[in-house]
Write a protein that binds this ligand. Structure first.
Ligand SMILES: C[S@@+](CC[C@H](N)C(=O)[O-])C[C@H]1O[C@@H](n2cnc3c(N)ncnc32)[C@H](O)[C@@H]1O
Length: 251
């Protein structure tokens, strides 16, 4: 797996390259990172990457040419850069990124991630070079770097061998082992904390009861916070009779 990132702030990517489980996986050679600064593909003394918007209005727009050349340079360095290689622009107007997209990317050879700045990027660059536009939520950040980091982290932790316990990603919210529902609450030592105790089921050592408790907590939390996920699981036929009975009792 290889990510190539087009960014005016390539240093920001040391976070995912050097720290935590993604940093360890990078050291182990499980994934690689190419960083491409559009400023390196400018031809003026000021290394200009942006200009005023046609039609007027506030802010600046990233120019098409340095971005396109940076993407081309990244593709040239990749041995697998064919037409199918996704070139994904971070954009609040893009498709909302989710766990299904993370899982799909985790099974692929990777992608080129393009980070916008200022008011955004020249539409002609998007038309010529971008295959997907992706948003990480309905809010606007000053650049695409944090969105790219979020995407990379969510994808990389799904690669084989990146997490110490492969089962832990499967048991996360939105994943198949939870039929796409939210995760249940977690507890660790000590057993008593500030007058609060750990639920008796988790202390029982009875695996079947623990798994019923976790499933019910997932159903309660998802019904409260994300009823849309209950509906999706129901439509996909992923809710058992016991799930439906419990949901009916919840009301
Ligand atoms: C200030 S934003 C531009 C916002 C743009 N004018 C708009 O209203 O849609 C600058 C850059 O940050 C990135 N960005 C901001 N919010 C984002 C989000 N929610 N998801 C993905 N990228 C985002 C994009 O790359 C964008 O080009």
């Amino acid at each position: 797996m290889r990510f190539d990132v087009i960014s005016l702030f390539p240093d920001m990517f040391s976070v995912v390259r050097d720290l935590g489980v993604t940093g360890r996986a990078h050291k182990q050679g499980r994934w690689s990172l190419g960083l491409w600064n559009p400023r390196d593909y400018t031809h003026d003394v000021h290394r200009t990457v942006d200009d005023r918007p046609y039609g007027g209005g506030p802010g600046m727009v990233m120019m098409a040419e340095p971005l396109e050349q940076a993407v081309q340079a990244a593709k040239t360095e990749r041995t697998d850069a064919d037409a199918a290689l996704p070139v994904i622009l971070m954009s609040p107007t893009g498709q909302r990124f989710d766990q299904a997209m993370a899982q799909e990317l985790a099974l692929s050879p990777g992608a080129v991630l393009v980070c916008g700045r200022y008011e955004g990027v020249d539409q002609r660059f998007i038309k010529r070079c971008v295959t997907h536009e992706v948003s990480i939520g309905d809010f606007v950040m000053s650049g695409g770097e944090i969105a790219a980091l979020a995407i990379m982290d969510s994808v990389l932790r799904l690669l084989p061998g990146v997490l110490n316990d492969a089962e832990s990603a499967r048991q996360d919210s939105f994943n198949e082992a939870l039929t796409g529902l939210l995760d249940s609450p977690h507890y660790t030592r000590p057993e008593q904390y500030q007058g609060m105790t750990v639920p008796a089921e988790l202390l029982s050592g009875h695996h079947a009861n623990i798994s019923v408790w976790r499933r019910r907590q997932s159903l309660i939390l998802t019904a409260q916070r994300r009823p849309d996920l209950i509906e999706s699981a129901r439509r996909a036929g992923l809710l058992s009779k016991a799930d439906e009975k419990f949901l009916a009792e919840l009301g």
